[in-house]
Design a protein around this ligand. Structure first.
Ligand code: GLP
Length: 243
């Protein structure tokens, strides 16, 4: 794992966008594994700038998102499909047919979840996976547990995650309690992983990435087994590291 600490969120965002742009410039039909949450918004803004400046072409790029709330369809303003359209896809020349977010309102969830893994395989896997991190160390919606799931699955959100995400909803009781999430398998198989974290509330989870422990009770620690992970932090997220 490589760590890089930035003075500001803006610098972190610009750097992470350059890393993603590098992957696309090397492979025009790259498969991007994308994340939601507030952290990657700056990265997406920087990618839009690169596109606007004619420095990046998304016409052949494909994307696959980590997760989606169950019960919210793509028109709901807190669904992750809506988030991706709003914060990235509507502003670049990606073909929306090449963008994929799990279906949170599928009639047959079991089938839809299994198809998501087949889809990832049919795309040839993920070239670069963007990850945020939950304050409890979750990635996607792979929550701390005794066992983690390999494949895409329906996850029960922890109380802590519901609380953390309540800021986007009218009230905590409006936050869905379940989500479809990619499992640890496709994340660990991604050729490259970029984890970004900003803010004091991530400092504990970030510290767990440098300790000499791997535990399913902090899912992000499994990334220590991945050969190409870059962790980009602002000063507050890095505040518990002894560098
Ligand atoms: C959500 C998402 C994660 C994200 C995390 C952190 O629960 N499922 O993919 O990394 O929250 O979000 P934020 O960046 O808003 O702190």
């Amino acid at each position: 794992m490589k760590f890089k600490v930035f003075d500001s969120y803006e610098e972190l965002s610009a750097y992470s966008a350059e890393l993603v742009a590098g992957v696309i410039r090397e492979k025009e039909d790259a498969v991007l594994g994308l994340a939601t949450g507030s952290t990657p918004i700056g990265l997406y803004e920087e990618l839009i700038k690169l596109y606007d400046d004619k420095n990046l072409d998304f016409s052949k790029v494909k994307s696959i998102n980590l997760d989606e709330y169950i019960g919210l369809d793509g028109t709901h303003n807190q669904s992750y499909r809506y988030f991706m359209n709003l914060n990235l896809f509507n502003h670049i020349n990606i073909d929306k047919k090449n963008t994929h977010v799990p279906n949170g309102v599928a009639e047959n969830l079991e089938q839809s979840v299994a198809e998501y893994d087949e889809l990832i395989d049919s795309m040839g896997g993920i070239d670069v996976q963007i990850l945020g991190i939950g304050p409890n160390g979750h990635i996607g919606f792979n929550e701390p547990a005794e066992q983690l799931k390999l494949n895409t699955h329906v996850a029960e959100l922890t109380k802590e995650t519901i609380k953390a995400n309540a800021r986007f909803f009218a009230s905590e009781s409006d936050v869905p309690t379940q989500a479809v999430t990619m499992g640890m398998g496709p994340i660990m198989k991604a050729k490259k992983v970029i984890l970004i974290a900003s803010g004091e509330n991530k400092a504990w989870a970030v510290k767990s990435l440098v300790d000499d422990v791997i535990t399913t009770s902090i899912p992000a620690t499994l990334l220590k087994l991945h050969p190409d992970v870059t962790v980009l932090l602002d000063k507050k997220a890095a505040s518990q590291l002894e560098v």
